[in-house]
Design a protein around this ligand. Structure first.
Ligand code: SF4
Ligand code: SF4
Length: 277
């Protein structure tokens, strides 16, 4: 279990705790001090860039503080499809919305993000969006939260897996769950910051993948879709292998394997990566 499961999930998966979706949590007056504010988040992200040029001692003190502040406001964790299905068993409202990260990367509107909540009209998603200081969601091209059924959303998620998109659950502010995104390494701000920028705001899933060498035929389809570059190929053995130190447990490789050779294991059952987030 990651540190957020201990802090916000009573030792269970934090994103499967119904109270992390509740209106009470969002409107808790004590939590107003860390409301989601895109301007403050933006400042912290710029500060992170500046810190890269600072002396070692300054970095050693300031980087963990900045990363923790960002995580308190906006934090994500990778999810395989079976955990997305469990979240959909908790929430009663799903809305599709335009992806902010892709827009910032110059990609035209793509609705790969889903707000989830436990109220009928998606009011919590609107509340977070309207309090964020972002005009983004009220623009002519991007405005509007499009209500979809859970079944429709899950069908789309399965199609996204075939495109190589990885699911991730996000808070704003932590631990209030606002939505589930479908990300790739090229455009997702969370993956880019975590993997390329060194700021861990996207934790690995509670799982890690493994390949059954008896079933693998070495086709390398899994290598092509892994968003984290965790899969290699042994020319000698003519099979693929997973670098578990790089694996985020998203299960995207599993969806691409026609030989059913890839499975996810509980991260806690693999000592080498049990505490790697
Ligand atoms: S997709 Fe499956 S069969 Fe192909 S290399 Fe990967 S694990 Fe092996
Ligand atoms: S190897 Fe790990 S990170 Fe890569 S696609 Fe598979 S589960 Fe995801």
């Amino acid at each position: 279990m990651c540190e957020y499961c201990h802090k916000h999930g009573e030792g269970k998966k934090w994103y499967l705790q119904a109270n992390n979706y509740s209106q009470d949590l969002l409107s808790d007056l004590k939590r107003r001090g860390i409301s989601f504010d895109a301007n403050i988040l933006g400042k912290d992200l710029r500060r992170w860039e500046e810190l890269k040029k600072a002396p070692f001692l300054v970095r050693a003190i300031q980087e963990p503080r900045t990363a923790e502040r960002v995580r308190n406001m906006h934090f994500g964790q990778v999810l395989p499809i079976e955990d997305v299905e469990q979240i959909f068993g908790i929430v009663n409202n799903v809305v599709r919305l335009s992806c902010f990260c892709r827009r910032t990367r110059g990609v035209k509107e793509q609705r790969y993000c889903y707000g989830v909540s436990v109220v009928p009209q998606g009011d919590e998603a609107k509340q977070v969006v309207s309090s964020s200081g972002m005009g983004f969601f009220s623009g002519a091209e991007t405005g509007g939260l499009e209500k979809v059924s859970k079944e429709e959303a899950l069908d789309s998620f399965r199609e996204y897996e075939k495109e190589g998109l990885c699911h991730s659950v996000w808070t704003a502010p932590t631990p209030f769950v606002i939505g589930i995104c479908n990300c790739d390494r090229s455009d997702c701000g969370g993956i880019r910051l975590t993997v390329l920028g060194g700021m861990p705001i996207l934790f690995r899933a509670e799982y890690v993948a493994e390949i059954d060498p008896e079933l693998c035929n070495g086709c390398r389809a899994c290598m092509r879709v892994c968003p984290f570059g965790a899969i290699g190929y042994s020319a000698g053995n003519k099979i693929a292998f997973i670098d578990i130190g790089r694996c985020y447990g998203c299960g995207i490789c599993r969806a691409s394997c026609t030989k059913d050779a890839i499975h996810l294991r509980d991260r806690s059952s693999v000592p080498a990566v049990a505490n790697l987030w």
